[in-house]
Design a protein around this ligand. Structure first.
Ligand code: NDP
Length: 302
């Protein structure tokens, strides 16, 4: 099992030293988070991001907007944050309410403050192998692979999922490190044959327990990005029938969190990230890392 919490802890400790160094020059990195609407999952994510900033000495602020906010109002807010010297990172928590034009909003964030790496300038720089702010989840997975001494160069990496926030940047990062990369999605034929070829298999599809042992080559490294709430007892039993602890918890709460990878994969994989405690902690650690990186880059320090 690849321990995401342990590696996230290492990254945070390194960042704490960097932030300490910055503070000796009178610099405090700052992150602004825009939260539009009352999505309960977003509330939880934002709270943990703000808490992580506080713990590390990054100044953070939360700008809240209601469910009916207009695109124009959010654009004005982003423009103000763009022009502020004390704000190094701007994060628009997704999803935004349906009426908000998210494409325009994300391209309004100044590229050098775009800590989610979603501005076309950062996407372009990543694919051109130039310095860029890279989306936190795939950046965290690269740290996990490197720090776990998992070779990347020359390996066949299969990425299942092609979202802008996970699948596509993940594929590009692996390619930049000289993996041979196959990208799969919902229209891919013979998914199983392709995933069985993978030395490194990254799964980000949002389908609980979808990747079973038969999708995985013996000894492969399997990275499970999925975070899915399971409430259907049949689905729960299909995934967690052999896990008494989770069964007790499910009986009490009526829900459980499952990754995209079925727990039985542990029997065939060489290395596997658990859910929770795998990719999730790294995503937050890399948000902090991107804020410090943006702070350094904006001051010409890196
Ligand atoms: P999206 O819904 O944006 O993308 C899902 C992708 O999976 C799409 O490309 C889709 O294909 C593909 N897909 C869906 N079903 C299948 C299938 N049956 N076979 C092959 N491909 C399929 O999801 P995200 O990338 O935003 O997130 C993926 C998962 O990761 C979610 O569970 C999410 O909660 C989790 N997540 C976890 C994070 C963490 O920190 N741990 C951070 C971000 C996300 P197509 O493009 O053809 O529709």
């Amino acid at each position: 099992m690849l321990d995401g919490n342990r590696i996230a802890g290492q990254i945070r400790a390194e960042l704490a030293r960097e932030i300490e160094k910055l503070s000796r020059s009178g610099i405090v990195p700052g992150l602004a988070v825009i939260l539009a609407g009352g999505n309960p999952a977003s509330e939880i994510y934002v709270r943990s991001k703000i808490k992580a900033c506080e713990q590390l000495g990054i100044r953070s602020e939360l700008l809240r907007f209601n469910d009916f906010v207009a695109t124009e109002q959010l654009l004005q807010s982003v423009a103000q944050l763009n022009s502020r010297q004390d704000v190094d990172g701007i994060l628009v928590q997704l999803p935004v309410p349906a009426q908000v034009e998210s494409g325009i909003l994300l391209t309004t964030v100044a590229p050098d403050k775009d800590v989610d790496g979603l501005h076309p300038m950062n996407i372009g720089n990543l694919s051109a192998r130039r310095p860029a702010l890279v989306p936190c989840t795939p950046a965290g997975i690269m740290e996990l692979l490197r720090r776990s001494n998992i070779p990347i160069e020359g390996q066949h990496a299969v990425v299942v999922g092609r979202s802008n926030i996970v699948g596509k940047p993940m594929s590009m990062l692996l390619l930049n490190e000289n993996a041979t990369v196959t990208i799969c999605h919902s229209k891919t034929r013979n998914l199983r044959e392709l995933t069985r070829e993978a030395d490194i298999l990254v799964v980000a599809i949002g389908r609980p327990g979808f990747i079973t042992a038969e999708y995985v080559k013996a000894g492969a490294t399997v990275i499970d990005v999925g975070v899915n709430r399971v409430t259907d007892p049949d689905e729960f039993n299909r995934i967690f029938a052999n896990d008494p602890e989770r069964m007790r918890s499910f009986a009490g709460k009526g829900s459980a969190i499952a990754g995209d990878v079925h727990p039985e994969v542990v029997e065939v994989a060489g290395a596997l990230t658990p859910v929770p405690g795998g990719v999730g902690p790294l995503t937050i650690a890399m948000l902090l890392a991107n804020t410090v990186k943006a702070c350094d880059m904006r001051r010409g320090r890196s």
